[in-house]
Write a protein that binds this ligand. Sequence first.
Ligand SMILES: NC(=O)c1ccc[n+]([C@@H]2O[C@H](COP(=O)([O-])OP(=O)(O)OC[C@H]3O[C@@H](n4cnc5c(N)ncnc54)[C@H](OP(=O)(O)O)[C@@H]3O)[C@@H](O)[C@H]2O)c1
Length: 344
Amino acid sequence: MAVRVGVLGATGAVGQRLIQLLDPHPEFEIAALTASDASAGKTYRQAAKWRVDSPIPADVADTTVTATNPSEVPDDIDLLFSSLPSSVGAEVEPGFCEDGYVVSSNSSNGRMDDDIPLVIPEVNAEHLDLLEVQRDERGWDGAMVKNPNCSTITFVPTLAALTDFGLEKVHVSTLQAVSGAGYDGVSSMEIIDNAIPYIGGEEDKLETESRKLLGDFDGAELSHNGMDVAASCNRIPTIDGHLENVWVETEEELTPEAAAEAMREYPSLDLRSSPDPLIHVFEEPDRPQPRMDRTLGDGMAIAAGGLQESPFGLQYNCLAHNTIRGAAGASVLNGELLLENGYI
Ligand SMILES: NC(=O)c1ccc[n+]([C@@H]2O[C@H](COP(=O)([O-])OP(=O)(O)OC[C@H]3O[C@@H](n4cnc5c(N)ncnc54)[C@H](OP(=O)(O)O)[C@@H]3O)[C@@H](O)[C@H]2O)c1
């Protein structure tokens, strides 16, 4: 029987992607939709300006949106997917966890807290056990798991494939799509015929979240990976798909051939939203490209290419769909992992 789930912030850009992915999902059934007070009481069709590239699901369209408050969400819902602005998430998500709901959240609040697992299932599924520590410390009946920032998700799986070589220094420069800022995030006058070499707060997220994701959990505490990470983040006029240029220095010698093999062989998981292969490595020097490669693995694969030696170690490019693998799909995959591990 499908698990009844709710979506917090269901009317937004990521919320709409969540609806698109959850509606046909055999393990989950959408049973609650929340948004701001301005949307509460309207049908989803009225509240959400639907902009996703498939029709709005008919049963969802007629569902009434409620305010984002635990008292508005039915008790028989166990799992909530959250795509709230982080300031709102910080305010309301803990209350849902206290009330017994398990929350799989996209919002950046709490991602770096010691007792909140930040998870990419194919990279660090074992960090989910941090939920036992979280429940002990916070006294929650529910639980909170986060997925990382969309740019972090793009390059960390490729690094995970290279950990056996000893990661020492990582430089990453991003070319990020406008959808990452939300529909109203970057005006067309700013971005057309332009590139913006600054995305507030983003560089710090790549540097800190990557070290948490690749850290070790000993059953009680999580230690972060000691590699040095420097990030430079740029907004460019693509719609979807973050492209990133990466340089990695390792303890052991790492040839482009060995790196390509490690990435190709890096395992996916036996979860519905985990693609196989997880990392698609291109031979063509001009790939991956956002428009051509962002939908690999239904938008859940990581694409890599351009592997070569450089004075700064291995150099390569990688790409992922920022609102699917980088946001909504990441939360759904974490939901599947929570289900498989008996947290729901
Ligand atoms: N876009 C991406 O690629 C991406 C990637 C990774 C992570 N994220 C994160 O995902 C979250 C959502 O991003 P988004 O681009 O989907 O934002 P968005 O389009 O602005 O949507 C925000 C959602 O939150 C609701 N909301 C706003 N204020 C609220 C309040 N005070 N109380 C309750 N609900 C409220 C909105 O409802 P109304 O429609 O009623 O205003 C809407 O449903 C953010 O934390 C963002 O950082 C986004």
